[in-house]
Design a protein around this ligand. Sequence first.
Ligand SMILES: [Zn+2]
Length: 261
Amino acid sequence: MDLNMKEHIAAKISEADMVLVGIGEELDQIRTIKKNDAYIQLCNKIESTWLFPFLKGLLVEEQMKEGKEIYQNLFHILDKKNYFIVSTCQDGLVKYGGFDLERIVEPCGGYSMLQCSEGCSTGLYPVSKEFISQIREAISGERNEKDLEQPICPKCGKPLVFNNVDTEKYIEEGYLKNWMTYKKWLQGTVNKKLCILELGVGMNYPSVIRWPFEKITFYNQKAEFFRVHSRLYQISEEIKDRGHGICQEPEDFIRELSNTF
Ligand SMILES: [Zn+2]
């Protein structure tokens, strides 16, 4: 990103009444985990046991320190603004930036809550830190896997699984309340100076962020849209005058931009 663009974005954020932020798969630490050697090795070891899905949850926990910095930088940019964040990442790291949690929605779920694998009720159950550390011990061999009890649904006795979009019977109640808040917030952007930052959003779930953000930009004449992606940064013809495509790793973009604030 060149200096002019950086200053332009910083100015647009400063003068905006509201800032809408979309965060997508390029920033999802789950992606990095899947390529991690230790993860691949462990996968082979426990693939056939019930512990397997919990491995990802465990690694998300361990990855947190590195991932948090991105969001602390983003918070530095958005602090004191009227913002809302939509994230399709499943690593849950956005929650650690310092943001008001009522201003974040994660429609794809993540690895902090469990649900019934059969979807027998809308009940969601937190994953305790203690359970995660027991899993860690079982995977490393310090504890016998048989001493661990697989979490089961208190209503029907079927196994509990992580509450995210990869689950066959995904319980959407985990994010719906904040989704309503988001919809209301969006209604309030009409005729307001709106700055939109779309960070690392590809084509995994285009109907959640990518397409709606383009539409909002098209209809709100006072909106300015910045799409940041290492490959899919292109802007459609209809919003070319108020839309900018920036070819950059979103992580670097956030770091550079936060230095100007
Ligand atoms: Zn159940």
